[in-house]
Design a protein around this ligand. Sequence first.
Ligand code: SF4
Length: 481
Amino acid sequence: MALFTPGRRWQPPFLPFKREPFGRRLLARIERWTKGPLWGCRMCGNCLLQETAFICPMECPKGMRNGPCGGSTPERCYVDETRPCIWYRIYDRAFRMGREEKLLEVLPPLDWDKAGTETWGDVFRSVRKYGTGKFLKSFFSRDREIKTGAWEGVFRPVRQPGWWQGDSAYHPPASLEPVSRLERELRAGKFVITTEVSPPLSTTTGKLKRDIEMVRNLVTAVNFTDSASASPRMSSMACCKVAAELGADPVLQIAARDKTRSGLQADVVGANVMGVKNVLCITGDHARIGPTPTSNMNILDMDAVQMLWILRRMRDEGVYLDGRKMKSPPVLFLGAAASPFASEPHFQALREQKKVNAGAQFFQTNVIFDPQGLETWLEALYKRDVLNKVYILAGVIPIRSKRMAHYLHDTIPGVRVPEWILNRFEETREDDCEELGVEIALDLIEKIRTKQGIHGLHLMSVGWEAIVPRIIGEAGLTPSP
Ligand code: SF4
């Protein structure tokens, strides 16, 4: 186990793609023999140690580089329960060191051309560019500003390459002109409802179209999941096209799990010409909770924060990640998932602030069973001055059975079903469970809808689309004609 990274064990380092000159190979070996035992360094070639409280984030099985995923817990990583969640440890140490604001900086995805090579060469080159003498002198200066300035002058160019230029600032959308019904109604101050319609398993679209027609006039927008729980179904993109043709406002969900940064950019430009303007960026459930044979378990090519950063720049600056310009950029209303109950509320609030800074304009939260816990998270967002920058749609699921209640609690990352709900289902006859599920959902909606900072609800029916009209009706949320 590495000395300073409270990880599971020293993981295999990345190896360089091509054979490097002798000098670079030697430097890489020295770096590996030093940083390996100390920090569990995996030689990613894009070192972030200073930004992550001197704990190497590459221990994370998803390769998250901008904070914990929605499944992070104080006890363990949800992907591999034999190890702690490294991002929980990073946030915990950063908050204790008073360095949490450094975690706000939007960090780039790996430059894979550098994986397996040394980072020290970049540092030496940056010191020379900055001025070796000036840099060394700053070590002995008592002036904190000089020290920080020198440090930033050398290390910022190393961690923020020209093609990324990430920062910790809030980047508001270039235009406030709404691009979709969802954005228009949220900007108009309406309490909106969105819902999910499950993508079909096969190529038939009969049920899909019926479900869309059934909810189209009851909700503002309809989400289509991107192979939820890493189980393949019809693509979110195809379902969005069907929905747009039926006059509904679709929300395209994109999971980083199955996408490369090139695929993301290409798909979003394509989706835009199919009438899709709302895009929800999620990292996605890990392949390990998906069906067997288990698909790719390597680290992801990007995380949700990076997806938002790339898409916002495409929309507002008309540029691809590689710098190529577009004559007509995509028009997008960007969203992200938020997990009020993952890790700690103040950790999540920082994470959510980072998503908003990167480009998120709306959140659809993970499912909420604890309105009080939701309040704590909203307060943490308020303290970080985030609530006035993002529309929040609170996630509600009508539980259909005991088995579903336990599945949600035991398997879905970031979901906690309170004991009292599990007990109520245990005491209820199987035939009455659906009624109980509706009763609890209606009660939660009543408690959630009045909370400051909540702009709507996201009804996740998990294949029980038929119950959506009843819940909207009985909650008194049927839209006026
Ligand atoms: S819980 Fe998520 S963020 Fe934490 S180590 Fe596991 S995959 Fe990474």
